[in-house]
Design a binder for this molecule. Structure first.
Ligand SMILES: NC(=O)c1ccc[n+]([C@@H]2O[C@H](COP(=O)([O-])OP(=O)(O)OC[C@H]3O[C@@H](n4cnc5c(N)ncnc54)[C@H](OP(=O)(O)O)[C@@H]3O)[C@@H](O)[C@H]2O)c1
Length: 380
C-alpha cells in the first residue's frame, strides 16, 4: 500500500485552494458552489481523480463547497480520492495561523471538522502540513491509529517536510507515510538545484534539504508538487513584473507547445512529470479552460526529450547547468553567449541570432565568443 497510485486515475491532482470564495469568514453562496462545480467537472474531464483539500483553504470554505458538490453528485465520492491537510491550527473559522498544531487531539478534531464540511465519512489521505517543531511523534502515531481504525482516514501523508523529518516521524508509525507535498515548479527549483550544486560554490543559496527527493524515491513516498504552474508566469499570465528569465522561459514554453500541438500548461507540467520521482502536480487553477489545458501533461512528459527538459531548466535558471570548476554565469555577461540550439529547441535568449526556436537545427553548445562545442560530443 505504501505509495500506492490508484489504478486508472491520472497522475495530476486537482488543488482546491482556489474554491470557496474569498479568504474571509464571509459566507459562500450559490455562485461559489457553481464555480467550484465547474472546476471539479473540468478536473474530472481531464482525467483527474485526486482532490487536494485543507481545513485552511479559504478558511474552510473550500472544503465546504466541495461537500456541497459531493451532495449534488451521487456516486462522485466513490470515484475520487480526497486529500486534506491538518496542522495549520486555523480551522476554527478565524483564519489566523498563530501556530502549528500537530497534537494528537488537534489532529483528530481537525479531521472531524473536515469530514463535516466535506459531507463524507472518510478522508483518503491526511497530510500533516509542516513539521510542528514541538510535535510528539508518539501522539501522531496514536492519533493516526485511532483515525485509521475508526475508518475516518485511510492513509497518512505530509507536506513541506524534508527527507530527514519524514524518516524521523516514520520510525514512530506503524503505517507508511505515502505522500510528501512540496512546492516544485520551473519557478521553484531548489529541490532540483540542491542535487546538482553539491560541492559547488553556487550551492550555498539553496534551501531545499538535500536528500529529500532521494528519501521519497527510496521509500515510495509519492511526491506531489504544489503551485506546479508557478501561478501562470510561464503560461500566459499577464504581468509586467516578469524577470528576463521568466519572460525567456515563457517564450520557450510557448514555442514548444506550438511545435508539439499542445498547450503551455501541458509543457510546464510535463517538465515536472518527466522527473523519475513520478511527481504528481497539484494544479490550482479554477479556470475550466486552464484545467483542461493541463490534461495532456502526462503524455507530453513521455515525449519530452532530455534536450528539451534541460533547455527549459536552463531558461528558467538563467544560466547553464553547473560544470565542475567553472561555476555558472548569468546569460549575456562577460561576453559569453550561453545559448543553445539542441535538437530543434533553442534557448530564447539566443533568438537574436536569428534561428527559429522550434525549427532551428543549428547544434551549437557552450558558445564562447566564436568557440562552439558540438552536441554530438556530449553524453546524453
Ligand atoms: N501543501 C502546501 O503547503 C500547499 C500550499 C499551497 C498550495 N497547495 C496546493 O497546491 C494547489 C496549487 O497551488 P497554486 O494554486 O498556488 O498553484 P498553481 O496551480 O501553480 O497556480 C494556480 C493559480 O495561478 C493562476 N493562474 C494559473 N495560470 C494562469 C494564467 N495563465 N493566467 C492567469 N492566472 C493563472 C490561477 O488563477 P485562475 O484560478 O484564475 O486560473 C490560480 O490562482 C492548491 O490548490 C493547493 O491544493 C498546497
Amino acid at each position: 500500500m505504501n505509495g500506492e497510485k490508484i489504478t486508472g486515475l491520472g497522475h495530476l491532482v486537482y488543488g482546491c485552494m482556489g474554491l470557496g470564495g474569498d479568504w474571509s469568514s464571509a459566507p459562500y453562496g450559490l455562485a461559489e458552489i457553481d464555480e467550484a462545480e465547474a472546476a471539479v467537472e473540468a478536473a474530472l474531464d481531464a482525467g483527474i481523480g485526486i482532490f487536494d483539500q485543507s481545513e485552511a483553504y479559504r478558511f474552510g470554505k473550500s472544503e465546504a463547497v466541495f461537500g456541497e458538490i459531493l451532495s449534488r453528485s451521487r456516486g462522485l465520492r466513490e470515484r475520487i480520492q480526497i486529500n486534506t491537510h491538518c496542522g495549520l491550527g486555523n480551522g476554527n473559522g478565524s483564519g489566523e495561523a498563530l501556530h502549528y498544531d500537530l497534537d494528537g487531539a488537534a489532529i483528530i478534531e481537525s479531521v472531524r471538522r473536515s469530514l463535516t464540511r466535506l459531507k463524507t465519512d472518510y478522508i483518503d489521505t491526511l497530510l500533516l502540513n509542516r513539521a510542528d517543531p514541538i510535535l510528539e511523534p508518539g501522539q501522531i502515531a496514536s492519533a493516526f491509529e485511532f483515525l485509521r481504525s475508526s475508518g475516518m482516514v485511510r492513509y497518512l501523508g505530509v507536506s513541506n517536510m524534508s527527507g530527514a523529518q519524514i524518516a524521523s516521524l516514520q520510525k514512530h508509525l506503524d503505517a507508511p507515510i505515502v505522500v510528501n507535498q512540496m512546492e516544485m515548479s520551473l519557478g521553484k527549483r531548489d529541490w532540483l538545484e540542491t542535487g546538482v550544486l553539491v560541492n559547488h560554490p553556487d550551492g550555498s543559496g539553496h534551501s531545499s534539504p538535500e536528500g529529500t527527493i532521494e528519501y521519497c524515491l527510496d521509500n515510495s513516498v509519492r511526491l506531489q508538487a504544489w503551485s506546479p504552474l508557478a501561478r501562470g508566469i510561464y503560461t500566459g499570465r499577464a504581468s509586467t513584473a516578469k524577470t528576463p528569465e521568466e519572460a525567456a522561459t515563457a517564450k520557450l514554453v510557448l514555442s514548444l507547445a506550438h511545435g508539439k500541438h499542445t498547450t503551455p500548461e501541458a509543457i510546464v507540467l510535463a517538465w515536472l512529470m518527466k522527473h523519475p520521482a513520478g511527481i504528481e502536480p497539484v494544479i490550482g487553477t479554477k479556470d475550466p479552460t486552464r484545467i483542461l489545458a493541463s490534461r495532456d501533461a502526462e503524455y507530453q512528459a513521455s515525449l519530452m526529450s532530455r534536450q528539451e527538459w534541460y533547455a527549459l531548466w536552463r531558461a528558467a535558471r538563467g544560466t547553464n547547468v553547473p560544470v565542475p570548476g567553472q561555476g555558472t554565469e548569468p546569460a549575456g555577461r562577460s561576453g559569453r553567449s550561453r545559448a543553445l540550439v539542441v535538437d530543434g529547441v533553442m534557448d530564447p535568449v539566443d533568438r537574436q541570432n536569428g534561428t527559429d526556436v522550434v525549427n532551428g537545427t543549428r547544434r551549437t553548445l557552450w558558445c564562447r565568443k566564436g568557440r562552439g562545442v558540438s552536441t554530438s560530443s556530449l553524453p546524453n
